[in-house]
Design a protein. Structure first.
Length: 268
């Protein structure tokens, strides 16, 4: 069943009629990565210590939860290339991916809930649960009651970076999502030595390119200033570009492009 579900996610993204820039054949996303974690994995309890007691357990979201299914949607090379040349604000292609690509991600969440339901397995998308909340003041800064990146880490899909991004075998430029289901699936092995293993800076101190890429200085060798980053992503960037690009949210992604981890694990 693991391969059936993985194949269905790959098929859905590969055939989604909206997976391309307007009036273009350039895709938003390339082939997805998929992983599974057991709902009973102790890591979800550890997230309550690492992130905060407000972080939900899979069983909080779905009674009888057995598996958290996670995926990563790698942003296409053409979209990434358009953002590499930017120095202050995101490219139009990146902004469209932030808006329309995330809509595709939402379509995938809903599709998988229906697909699993047709096969007799309940499923929910944490992102759409009434229990999902965002908190502006926590010991780790801005945080939510379910982190898609932490779910992806639990499912063995990558590790974290100096910029708080998530570095997978396809790099850091992506969007990710998850659904929780009562279907029991074999968990994906977490092969990394630590939660920072894929980041070149944490590996040997030789990187830090994302520091210079951030136009507002939200990344330093001490880590990521979420509030400063958020002001750019949800304030300055859309205020300057929304009308020009025709989308309400533009994202930024400069720290995810023109960096060694853009499309691979640089440590390897």
């Amino acid at each position: 069943m693991e391969e059936q579900l993985r194949s269905e996610i790959v098929r859905f993204i590969g055939t989604h009629q909206g997976n391309h820039l307007p009036e273009s054949s350039i895709a938003y996303f390339e082939q997805p990565l998929v992983g599974f974690s057991a709902a009973a994995d102790p890591i979800f309890h550890r997230y309550r210590q690492i992130i905060g007691p407000f972080h939900l357990l899979p069983d909080d979201l779905l009674s009888g939860a057995a598996t958290s299914v996670s995926w990563v949607l790698p942003i296409s090379s053409a979209v990434r290339e358009s953002n590499r040349v930017q120095t202050d604000l995101p490219s139009r292609e990146w902004a469209l991916t932030r808006t329309y690509g995330e809509q595709i991600n939402g379509d995938l969440r809903r599709h998988l809930i229906a697909w699993l339901g047709e096969r007799g397995h309940a499923a929910v998308a944490p992102q759409y649960s009434p229990l999902w909340k965002e908190f502006s003041e926590t010991p780790v800064g801005i945080a939510s009651s379910w982190s898609e990146r932490h779910a992806a880490y639990a499912a063995g899909l990558g590790t974290f970076s100096l910029s708080d991004g998530f570095i997978t075998t396809r790099g850091i430029a992506h969007r990710c999502g998850s659904v929780i289901t009562t279907l029991a699936l074999t968990p994906t092995l977490r092969a990394s030595v630590s939660h920072l293993s894929n980041c070149l800076y944490y590996h040997d101190g030789s990187c830090g390119v994302c520091i210079a890429r951030c136009p507002v200085g939200a990344i330093t060798r001490n880590g990521h200033d979420k509030a400063r980053c958020r002001e750019l992503v949800y304030g300055t960037a859309p205020e300057k570009l929304s009308e020009q690009y025709g989308v309400a949210q533009t994202g930024c992604g400069l720290c995810q492009t023109k960096v060694p981890c853009e499309a691979r694990v640089p440590v390897l």
